[in-house]
Design a protein around this ligand. Structure first.
Ligand code: PMP
Length: 430
């Protein structure tokens, strides 16, 4: 398998862009090797510049629930683009997608569209602060909410900690108002809420953390977080940038039957184009400009192209019986992998929630915390990633990232994947 063209493009890219990329994980630093330059996607498959074909499980990091270049989504983008890509005025697509999103998320009566998940969470925090008049927020160690300063904060040592900047360029002041607590531990959250409740604008969380591997919430945990936020009068923000329309049409809120006060969305609702959104009750959203004093704006926000791609995607999701289909594919993949997983029990763990999955090299039989993910063997994952690539399977290039199934992955893809997993585990573990 030659990747000469990717190697050459990467050399050019390295002299032009930091790390040769426009988003750091793409640079393959945690798995090693040359990042592959893709030129085409079709269904579950990606094709690189040297015409190598891969079964893709990164799926552009989650948006492509229907696979690459879904015909109806592409047709809608092309038809819309012919009439203009941005008017800087209201357009009918904004109204239609707002209707689709608010129908699916009962906690979201009004919504504002932005251009990325980062913008959505950043704006949601501003909204929570502006609405409550309070400054501090709680986030969870291991949860990622994009790269706004006050969210680019990690936990220090100890259980409940004041945040420390997780990146150069983030000031201590920006991090100071972000408190960090461990996920899946309602006790620590309660302690902090008891102590800081009156200063807290919001608790923000990925209801299912998907950016530090996949960490499923313990039974009853999200309900406990909801109850604690109610008790201490703090807004609960669910960052559903990944889980929205992924776990269920109404995201984690529908899947776990827990409502958030403010919700952020992205990825799937843009059908592969740059989109984010945040929304809440009419009362809370009434504080957003021009109705209220909280300013937030965007030159390309709600542009017809991204809105049309989102509408086509959400309509296809509805017409395909998507969640039933994804559930079946997830079960099938697991069943096909079972012999290999059994063979290497105690060395590798496959964690799956519906169409989201993660592979850990660990002796544990379940994953509940960031610390457990940290202790898994990431070097082994790096080798495993390379072995899978050799066999034509494209996994997200980091052991801290998750994999996604799409409706386009078919039986042949799943069988090939399971066989590649068995061989790659053999190569890495024996
Ligand atoms: N929130 C979550 C849960 C995410 O997974 C991401 C990106 N992976 C973001 C926010 C940021 O979104 P974006 O990369 O579109 O800015």
């Amino acid at each position: 398998m030659s990747i000469d063209t990717s190697v050459k493009l990467y050399e050019r890219a390295l002299s032009l862009m930091p790390g040769g990329v426009n988003s750091p994980v793409r640079a393959f630093r945690s798995v090693g090797g040359t990042p592959l330059f893709m030129k085409r996607g079709a269904g579950a498959h990606l094709f690189d510049e040297d015409d190598n074909e891969y079964i893709d499980y990164c799926m552009s990091w989650g948006p492509l629930i229907l696979g690459h270049a879904d015909e109806e989504v592409v047709a809608s983008i092309v038809e819309t683009a012919r009439k203009g890509t941005s008017f800087g005025t209201p357009n009918r697509f904004e109204v239609e997608i707002a209707e689709l999103v608010t129908e699916r998320f009962p906690s979201l009566e009004k919504v504002r569209f932005v251009n990325s998940g980062t913008e959505a969470t950043m704006s949601a925090i501003r909204l929570a602060r502006g609405y409550t008049g309070r400054e501090k927020i709680i986030k969870f160690d291991g949860c990622y909410h994009g790269h706004a300063d006050h969210l680019l904060v990690a936990g220090g040592s100890g259980l409940a900690t004041f945040g420390v900047p997780d990146s150069a360029g983030v000031t201590e002041d920006a991090a100071r108002d972000t408190l960090v607590v461990p996920f899946n531990d309602a006790g620590v959250l309660e302690e902090v809420l008891k102590e800081q409740g009156d200063n807290l604008a919001a608790v923000i969380m990925e209801p299912v953390p998907c950016n530090y591997g996949l960490i499923p919430p313990k039974e009853g945990y999200l309900e406990a977080v909801r109850a604690l936020c109610d008790r201490y009068g703090v807004l609960l923000i669910f960052d559903e940038v990944i889980t929205g329309f992924r776990l269920a049409p109404g995201g984690a809120q529908e899947y776990f039957n827990v409502r958030a006060d403010i919700t952020t969305l992205g990825k799937i609702i843009g059908g592969g184009l740059p989109v984010g959104a945040y929304g809440a009750s009419k009362e809370i959203m009434g504080k957003v400009a021009p109705d209220g004093p909280i300013y937030q704006a965007g030159t390309l926000s709600g542009n017809p192209l991204a809105m049309a791609a989102g509408i086509a995607t959400l309509q296809r999701i509805q017409s395909l019986d998507t969640y039933q289909l994804l559930g079946e594919k997830a079960e099938r993949l697991h069943a096909l992998m079972e012999p290999a997983l059994d063979r290497y029990k105690g060395k590798v763990l496959f964690v799956q929630l519906e169409s989201i999955f993660a592979i850990y090299f660990t002796a544990l039989s379940s994953i509940e915390s960031v610390d457990q993910v940290k202790k898994s063997n990431m070097k082994r994952f790096a080798r495993f990633h390379g072995e899978m690539l050799q066999r034509g399977i494209y996994l997200s290039p980091s052991g801290y990232e998750v994999g996604f199934l799409s409706t386009a992955h078919d039986e042949g893809d799943l069988k090939k994947t399971a066989a590649a997993i068995e061989e790659s585990l053999e190569a890495v573990l024996e």
